[in-house]
Design a protein around this ligand. Structure first.
Ligand SMILES: NC(=O)c1ccc[n+]([C@@H]2O[C@H](COP(=O)([O-])OP(=O)(O)OC[C@H]3O[C@@H](n4cnc5c(N)ncnc54)[C@H](OP(=O)(O)O)[C@@H]3O)[C@@H](O)[C@H]2O)c1
Length: 283
């Protein structure tokens, strides 16, 4: 089996890559920074029972369709046709829309949405013609509800939900399995950076939640792939949002805007403490 993981040098992608490598599968890691890729390759190779010759790394920017297609072609030439694609490459740069330079907005759309489509495009045709293959797109809980400071990120991740849904329809007769997952806050380098940039408004409104571990998220993704699941959700709150969003969101949004008005309309510190205490749990 040959698994290609975009964003495989870090966080959720790396944790998924480790699980597949431990099964003895051939794993290709794709990301931009060659040093981080090499460190990830070495980390996976040091796992018990993993053959170093089965793990390769390729530096690529998934925002470039041409680079992605070329890198995937080289991976397939070395390790055989892609059996499973995990499209995990992604970035987040939280900032209020009016304070976000257009380039920062565009980059999140280019990498998170178009980068995933580029990766899928590079393997989908081959999978279709072989009538075999599985694709997992890593979206986010942020696809399920709009969050202050996350206009670009929410848009990129909910665009993936529409993309996956349409591709599931197209792939229905092809035996290619298309899946998407909506992870919660997960303790990764991306999360640590995101927390440091998260606007005060978002922090107050979302409350503090305990992030999942990358290993727990990866285990659920791999299990879901094994079971042929098309959509994978995490924790009670996000699962409820996914299934009952239209019912739940109006009152949540009302609560959010009331809280915003209370806090930023100059209410006392009691309002701040209150908001910090109550937020989504994403367990
Ligand atoms: N952590 C969370 O709380 C959370 C929650 C929900 C969803 N997610 C999603 O899960 C995915 C993985 O996130 P993570 O938290 O594991 O982040 P991470 O630890 O920062 O890993 C992101 C990976 O993507 C790669 N990457 C970023 N931009 C790329 C590009 N243009 N081309 C190729 N590779 C690129 C990074 O390597 P280089 O920078 O070297 O390219 C890295 O390998 C992302 O799509 C993220 O949006 C994360």
């Amino acid at each position: 089996m040959h698994i290609i993981v975009t964003g495989g040098s870090s966080g959720i992608g790396l944790a998924v890559a480790k699980l597949y490598a431990a099964r003895g599968y051939r794993v290709s890691l794709l990301a931009r920074d060659p040093a981080r890729l090499e460190a990830a390759r070495a980390e996976i190779t040091s796992l018990p029972g993993v053959d170093g010759a089965s793990i390769r790394a390729a530096s690529v920017d998934v925002a470039s369709a041409a680079q992605t297609a070329e890198a995937m072609e080289l991976c397939e030439a070395s390790f055989g046709p892609c059996d499973i694609l995990i499209a995990s490459a992604g970035i987040v740069e939280p900032r209020a829309f009016d304070k976000m330079p257009a380039s920062v907005f565009d980059e999140q759309i280019s990498i998170n949405f178009l980068g995933t489509a580029n990766a899928v495009r590079a393997v989908y045709k081959g999978m279709k013609s072989r009538r075999s293959g599985r694709i997992m797109m890593i979206s986010s809980g942020a696809a399920l509800i709009g969050i202050f400071g996350y206009t670009a990120y929410c848009a990129s991740k909910s665009a993936l939900a529409g993309f996956a849904e349409a591709l599931i329809a197209e792939a229905a007769t092809s035996a290619v399995q298309i899946s998407i997952c909506f992870p919660p806050d997960t303790l990764t380098p991306q999360y640590l950076r995101e927390i440091s940039l998260r606007p005060r408004e978002a922090e107050l409104l979302m409350g503090s939640v305990r992030p999942w571990s990358a290993e727990a998220v990866a285990a659920r993704i791999v299990r879901g792939m094994d079971q042929g699941r098309q959509r994978i959700h995490f924790g009670f709150s996000l699962t409820a949002l996914a299934f009952f969003g239209p019912l739940i969101k109006p009152s949540l949004q009302w609560w959010f805007s009331r809280k915003t008005r209370k806090i930023f309309g100059g209410e006392s510190g009691r309002g701040l403490a209150d908001a910090a205490e109550h937020g989504f749990d994403n367990d």
